[in-house]
Design a protein around this ligand. Structure first.
Ligand code: AMP
Length: 210
């Protein structure tokens, strides 16, 4: 299955992507994670992306599109994938269609995680990642176990100030692709408010009826 996960920052895309992809036996590919790994490793790609990410803006399409084409050409993505955080605007959606169609392939389903905007800011500013396990927690809604506490880190773009910009980018640039996929009959939308397991179940049920 070639699946795209769409939703505003703080909707739980990263958390759900990991669980859903594991259940479906496909790799979860997160453009945000790839950028962050490159920033950490000090690569040229990381250096190029950092200022955009810190400002809550999209990394230029030319950079992102090249990176995703390269990632999708790797062996583990040949039989399906779950994209988390890509595409993020109409140009990227068209680029994805183009690179897949060159191999006679297409996106099968787009799953939209819906969360009311007033919940997103607190979900993002309370988010922490374990540098040891990579797991994502929330200080209030999904607290980490005691042995994870010392490993918690906060993403540099998860501050209240940057979050507002990221939400505006989502509204202006990303939300229109939801319509693009709805017109292709590929869109499934679920309510992503609730317990983690509950939301996963909604997601898998909705994919089964795809
Ligand atoms: P995420 O981890 O998906 O929230 O992404 C974190 C940041 O990485 C975003 O705010 C953007 O700056 C950048 N980013 C991730 N995916 C993309 C994309 N598809 N296009 C452009 N920038 C992206």
């Amino acid at each position: 299955m070639r699946l795209v996960l769409v939703g505003p920052p703080g909707a739980g895309k990263g958390t759900q992507a990991g669980v859903i992809a594991e259940r479906l036996g496909i790799p979860a590919i997160s453009t945000g994670d790839i950028f962050r790994a490159n920033i950490k490793g000090g690569t040229p790609l990381g250096q190029e992306a950092k200022s955009y990410i810190d400002a809550g803006k999209l990394v230029p399409d030319e950079v992102t599109n090249r990176m995703i084409a390269d990632r999708l050409s790797q062996d583990d993505a040949k039989n399906g994938f779950l994209l988390d955080g890509y595409p993020r605007n109409s140009e990227q959606a068209e680029h994805l269609d183009k690179i897949l169609s060159e191999d006679g392939l297409a996106v099968d389903t787009v799953l939209e995680l819906q969360v009311p905007e007033d919940l997103l800011v607190s979900r993002i500013t309370g988010r922490r990642t374990s540098s040891k396990t990579g797991k994502i927690y929330h200080l209030e809604f999904n607290p980490p176990p005691a042995d994870e506490v010392e490993h918690l880190t906060q993403r540099s773009d998860d501050t209240e100030e940057v979050v507002r910009d990221r939400l505006a980018v989502y509204r202006d640039e990303t939300a229109p692709i939801i319509d693009f996929y709805a017109k292709q009959g590929k869109l499934k939308s679920i309510d992503a408010v609730g317990e983690l397991d509950e939301v996963t179940k909604r997601a898998l049920d909705s994919l089964q009826s795809a």
